[in-house]
Design a protein around this ligand. Structure first.
Ligand SMILES: *Cc1c(COP(=O)(O)O)cnc(C)c1O
Length: 340
């Protein structure tokens, strides 16, 4: 029985669900993995995750489709990205089949927490891995734990009828150069101060520029950015210091193959942003959140949006991507993994 929750008004917060998946890595291999009802973790005081932040994560969602199935969106992409992150952080890779099996087990065990179709909510899944054993010299741990918990979520950004407002901060991009492409708490820890400052000033997020030259657009704290030009080309920054968003890569495909739009992934100098017609943030949590305004040291750039606060091309992209995720539009081969 689906839980009795006010799905339509759900925010983006943690709600404890029934089961989480746990697997341990020791002596060079992963154990079989199990589902647990215990949401707590007991750690050694010198665990690698606590001392040197050797930990990483993924974010993905399970949806209930129009024909009442429960599906995940491109879980193989999350498995691959986590493998890349693990290699960079000297952590063991979890094999792709094991990752996907763990995702499916977690969703099935918490099936009552998957929001009904049409509520706008989804079951957010948080796969993560952390260094378990004690280390004190600066070196990687040898024992790790991989977990997935599930929590039902609603909208991440509330842009209302005017879209989300961003600022270009004086801070360097949170992710130090060279590690911006890993999905890891270490980058997020460094982004907390700038985002608290942004919120104090009334902005939803920071739009970071590249830390090497501070001239090119990168991304926000937790979402990639796309722009639409006056002739309806969809443009997104090319940089190896931003997180390769699965949503962004999917949207670029949708723009080209479903909507017949021209797309470009290229370096975008901030000086060019005022030429763009639309702007939006994309990610699993953000989905595609329209940006209304970007402020940079007293200079504002405004973007197009309708009475619902969304630009014309952004709306088409949103409707097509969400339509694919909810089973209303035929998905490209391999994008939808049916759980139940
Ligand atoms: C997770 C994340 C994104 C969005 O990636 P998706 O795969 O689309 O969810 C964007 N930027 C950062 C920094 C992230 O951590």
């Amino acid at each position: 029985m689906t839980k009795n929750i006010d799905w339509a008004n759900l925010g983006f917060g943690y709600i404890k669900t029934d089961y989480r998946y746990v697997s341990n890595y020791k002596d060079g291999s992963w154990d079989e993995g199990t589902l647990s009802t215990d949401e707590t973790i007991t750690l050694n005081e010198s665990a690698g995750v606590l001392q040197y932040a050797q930990t990483c994560f993924e974010g993905m969602k399970a949806y209930r489709t129009v024909d009442n199935k429960v599906v995940c969106f491109r879980p193989d992409m999350n498995a691959k990205r986590m493998a890349d992150t693990c290699k960079r952080l000297e952590m063991p890779v979890l094999p792709e089949e094991k990752f996907i099996d763990a995702v499916i087990q977690t969703v099935k065990a918490n099936i009552d927490w998957v929001p009904p179709y049409g509520t706008g909510a989804a079951l957010y899944l948080r796969p993560y891995m952390f260094a378990y054993n004690a280390v004190i010299g600066v070196k990687p741990a040898t024992e790790f734990q991989f977990r997935i918990f599930a929590t039902p979520v609603g909208a991440y950004f509330k842009g209302g009828t005017t879209g989300v407002a961003l600022r270009v901060p004086d801070f360097d991009r949170a992710a130090p150069r060279g590690t911006g492409h890993v999905k890891a708490g270490l980058n997020y820890a460094m982004s907390l101060h700038p985002v608290v400052e942004a919120h104090k000033q009334g902005y939803a997020e920071n739009l970071y520029l590249d830390s090497a030259t501070r001239t090119n657009v990168e991304e926000t704290g937790g979402a990639n950015v796309i722009f639409v030009t006056k002739d309806n080309t969809v443009v997104t920054p090319k940089s190896n210091t931003i997180l390769p968003s699965i949503t962004r890569r999917s949207l670029m495909y949708v723009a080209e193959k479903y909507l017949g739009l021209k797309t470009e992934e290229r370096v975008i100098p901030y000086s060019e942003v005022k030429e763009f017609k639309e702007c939006a943030l994309c990610g699993t949590a953000a989905v595609l959140s329209p940006v209304g305004r970007i402020d940079n040291n007293g200079e504002s750039i405004h973007f197009d949006y309708n009475s619902q606060g969304i630009g014309e091309v952004t709306k088409k992209l949103y409707d097509t991507l969400v339509g694919i995720q909810l089973g209303k539009i035929e998905a490209p081969e391999g994008w939808i993994r049916v759980v139940e």
